[in-house]
Each structure stands twice: as C-alpha cells, then as structure tokens.
Design a protein around this ligand. Structure first.
Ligand code: AKG
Length: 290
C-alpha cells in the first residue's frame, strides 16, 4: 500500500484531538470485504482446531475449545497461531491509525484476543467494565491502545463494545481488572468520575470499521440479544517507549503477564517486549501512511 492510498483513511488532527479528549475513536472502513472474509475463514479453521503454528506454552492463556460449550469464547494470541489473522493484524493501516492516535513512531503488537459472544440473554456473557491498563501494570507505557475489529455488523442489540466516554482521564481506572465481573451497576458505583457524567457509548460498526480505545479507558459489553454471534478481534498494541517494569501486587508478589513467559529475555534478564516473534512491529514511521 502506498502513502496516498492510506492517507485518506488516517485520523485527522480533529480526530486525534477527539481521541485524546474522549479516549476512543471510530475509523472509516479500513478493511475491505476480502480481508473480512479471509479473517472469518481463518477463525473457522481456528475454532475447528487447526493451527498454522503453536505457542511454546500449553496453558496460562485463554484458549476456548468446543468442549467448553456455548459460552463467551476468549482465545489469546491468535495471530501467532493462525495465518489469516496474522495477515489481518499486520495490515499496516491498523498500526498507522494507532500510531497517529497515540502519537507514536512505532507500533508493536502486545497481544491479541478473539472474542465470540453467542446470542444469549445470559448475564455470564457480559464483559464487565474494565480498563486494559489494569492488566498491563508490567508495561511502562500509558500510551498503549487497542484496536477492536468486528467481523459482523455490531450494535447495541448485539452487545457491542461500549466505552465510558472520557474515563481514561479519571483517577484509579487502573484498579479495574474486572473483565469477569458481571455486576455493571456495582462497578459503575466504584467509578471516580470527578463529577463528570457516566456516558456509555456503544460502538455501532460495520465490518471493515475499527474502533480504537486508550489503555486507561473503561469499557465492557452487555449480552448479545441479536440472533447472530458477535465476533471480534481485540488487537492490543504498544508504542516505541513501552518496556517491561517490575510491578508488585497487593501481597508483594511480582505481577506476571503471559508475555513475560513468551518473550525472550533482555540482557538484564527481564522480559523483552520488543521480541519480534511475540511482539512484532506492526507499523513504523517512514512506512506508508507515516
Ligand atoms: O469484546 C468485548 O466485549 C471486550 C473487548 C475488550 O475488552 C477489548 O477490546 O479491550
């Protein structure tokens, strides 16, 4: 792809200012029908148990399998295991948009997660309000962000991803490691919004569009009350400043991210979040769209 082909798809200065203020951004159609169909083909193969590559670890990450039943499916590190999803994640437009929003010169994959929300009223398919930063305390960067790529049309009815507008600016959002807490009202009662109203913004998107959110953003999703599965890939990304930092939990034990096991070590023995096999560069300034 050339610079001019990408340029019109990049966020404008106004879009970047909106992202900095609100913590989220909805793109134009970044991916064409063929890219979506190829990804869906890869996802079908993945769910059927096919792997193009395997991870060097067998457990410790989310890995839904058919025997787990018709629940909320979560599968981590798909792009390291499946060719079609690797192709999608490597599409330079996703990294280029992320770089523009984050003000970064380089965007690396941190990890990804495929999420399949079956049609159901069951509260167990809720994704609790949480912030990604709460899970990334071993990361030095607070400019990390996520691209959420739906493969089907998504709306409020299908339990689309929903942002709490501007919450990335609120204090204590890094305490919300509450993806699995289904009590949305109870979580809202813990928000410290500094007097700002709690505004929920559902991401209503067509396949090809992508929503981006800041790592401190509070977000979650309700059950899928439509007739069709809601299928989306979360691509978690880091800017060039990100590196491992030791962080202790409340009991004084070091927090461990799965990347700490997967990534090669730095000379000082710490995990290297610049490991090209696990956290490949998705976009670098000087490339198309820079
Ligand atoms: O797909 C969802 O409902 C949750 C996704 C999410 O938490 C994320 O993209 O960071």
């Amino acid at each position: 792809m050339t610079v001019s082909e990408l340029d019109h798809l990049l966020p404008t200065d106004e879009d970047v200012a909106f992202y900095r203020e609100h913590g989220w951004y909805v793109s134009q159609k970044l991916l064409d029908e063929e890219a979506i169909e190829d990804a869906l083909y890869g996802i079908d193969r993945f769910y059927a148990g096919e792997r193009d590559r395997t991870l060097p670890i067998r457990r410790g990450y989310l890995d839904w399998k058919p025997e787990d039943g018709d629940v909320l499916r979560q599968n981590d590190y798909i792009s390291l295991q499946n060719d079609e999803i690797r192709e999608l994640v490597s599409n330079p437009i996703i990294g280029a948009v992320a770089a523009r929003l984050a003000g970064a010169t380089t965007i690396r994959l941190f990890h990804d997660q495929l999420i399949y929300k079956p049609p159901s009223d069951d509260v167990a398919t809720t994704v609790g309000w949480h912030s990604d930063r709460s899970y990334w305390k071993t990361c030095t960067s607070e400019r990390m962000l996520t691209a959420w790529v739906p493969f089907v049309p998504v709306s409020e009815a299908s339990g689309t991803l929903t942002m709490i507008d501007g919450s990335h600016r609120w204090p204590n959002v890094e305490a919300f490691d509450t993806f699995n807490d289904r009590d949305m009202r109870g979580l809202e009662a813990q928000f410290e919004s500094d007097g700002e109203p709690v505004v929920r913004v559902p991401m209503e998107l067509e396949p090809g569009q992508v929503s981006f959110h800041h790592c401190r953003m509070l977000h979650g999703s309700l059950p899928n009350r439509s007739r069709n599965p809601r299928i989306a890939l979360a691509i978690h990304m880091a800017d060039e400043t990100n590196a491992y930092q030791r962080h202790l939990d409340e009991s004084g034990n070091p927090i461990l991210h799965v990347n700490d096991v997967l990534c090669r070590s730095r000379p000082d023995g710490a995990p290297d979040y610049g490991d090209p096999d696990i956290c490949p560069v998705l976009w670098e300034s000087g490339e198309a769209g820079a």
